[in-house]
Design a binder for this molecule. Structure first.
Ligand code: SF4
Length: 398
């Protein structure tokens, strides 16, 4: 199975009020030392025989704002990774970029360094929404970022949008989608705004400085998103992700399909040989520990079978294609239908105690359908209605 490599760049020019990623603002002078530490961490893993047995099919620079790195800094990390690890011929190499941190020259140099996919954090085409989210750019600068990426020769451009802002009407969200489609990116991620514990935005909500959109309002905007993007040939392949044919993100699919992934950098998470572990969420500690030859791993967990099964189920159901029942059984050692017979019986309103039926469903020779779920072609998947209440359905299996 192909693996994924993730490199976390925690630097941002300014913190956005809704963000709960590990990022720091105004510390760009630490970037050179951080870039060196990332290369050193890659070298540590290169000595591991299991890592050497993997073929990496994706490399993803996420953050933070990876586009704060100069082409030389980014290129140095890519070159080092390619020298130390095995990559597939057609590796998908993505960099997340924030508007205002890139121009045509920088993006062209990224391409020369091997980057073949760019993901731009537009978030909204409405100035007041950008202000509410405390983004550090205007609408025009966001649009410019996409146009510059195209001028630089990128043929695989993704944009991120956020919906369900307080007071956001279907008409206003529709206008956002219209502008997004007009820009013709190959990929669009549309995320429902979430209020994460401890963020400044959540504090403002708790202080009742605004009212969040109702759940019904959120769902209406989600339905609108699916409708409009599908009308423009953006297929929904995961709850929040839409792509033109052939442009689904390979990197994200690796997370959702349970592939091994290696995370490099402060706060980066890895999943290898059924073990999840994560690095220290402090860039100064990360740089110092790396320089001193100390471990940067802050914690780990061996995934228990129940945790792993639920994770495979949850990640599979978020995707349109659903959970591959044969792959589930191969990894977990028991058929999904047997393991979750009780919740499935509730959700389908029928019994799953016939082992011949269960085998036929797993092998793809039978199909059964309820309002919310389908088992078809050897996959368990949500229907259109089910996708809108995915979290509630997953809770049934927990
Ligand atoms: S630019 Fe992105 S990573 Fe940085 S603070 Fe804003 S949302 Fe978080």
């Amino acid at each position: 199975m192909g693996a994924a490599l993730y490199i976390h760049i925690p630097f941002c020019t300014k913190r956005c009020g809704y963000c709960d990623f590990y990022t720091v603002a105004g510390q760009e002078n630490a970037i050179p030392a951080y870039v060196q530490a990332v290369q050193d961490e890659l070298a540590r893993y290169a000595a591991d025989p299991y890592i050497q047995s993997l073929t990496f099919e994706t490399l993803y620079f996420g953050g933070g704002t990876p586009s704060l790195l100069s082409p030389a800094q980014l290129g140095a990390i890519i070159e080092r990774a390619q020298a130390l690890l095995h990559f597939a011929q057609n590796t998908e190499l993505t960099v997340e970029a924030n508007p205002g941190t890139v121009d045509v020259a920088k993006l062209s140099a990224y391409r020369e360094a091997g980057v073949n996919r760019i993901s731009i954090g537009i978030q909204s085409f409405c100035e007041s929404e950008l202000h509410f989210l405390e983004r550090n750019h205007t609408v025009d600068v966001g649009v410019q970022g996409v146009e510059d990426a195209r001028k630089a020769g990128f043929e695989n451009i993704s944009i991120d949008l956020i919906f369900a802002l307080p007071g956001q009407t279907p008409a206003r969200w529709q206008e956002n989608l219209r502008r997004a489609v007009e820009l013709q990116p190959q990929h669009i991620s549309a995320y429902n705004l979430t209020y994460e514990p401890g963020t400044p935005l959540t504090t403002r909500l708790q202080q009742q400085r605004f009212r969040k959109l109702s759940e019904a309002g959120e769902r209406a905007l989600q339905v609108l998103t699916i409708e409009i993007l599908q009308q423009h040939d953006y297929g929904q392949y995961e709850i929040s992700n839409f792509a033109k044919s052939g442009f689904a993100s390979h990197h994200n699919q690796k997370y959702w399909d349970g592939s091994p992934y290696l995370g490099i950098g402060a706060a980066a998470h890895s999943f290898l040989q059924n073990r999840r572990f994560w690095n220290v969420s402090n860039y100064t500690h990360y740089i110092r520990h790396m320089a001193q030859g100390d471990s940067v791993v802050a914690g780990e967990e061996q995934l228990q079978p129940d945790v792993r099964s639920f994770e495979l189920l949850y990640l599979g159901l978020r995707q349109r294609k659903g959970v591959d029942l044969s792959a589930f059984e191969r990894e977990v050692g028991v058929s999904l239908i047997e393991k979750y017979a009780a919740p499935l019986s509730r959700l389908f309103d029928r019994s799953f105690d016939d082992s011949r039926l269960n085998r036929a469903l797993t092998e793809g020779c039978e199909k059964i359908q309820s309002l919310l779920l389908t088992i078809e072609g050897g996959f368990l998947k949500l229907t259109d209605e089910g996708l809108l209440v995915c979290d509630a359905i997953c809770a049934e299996f927990a």
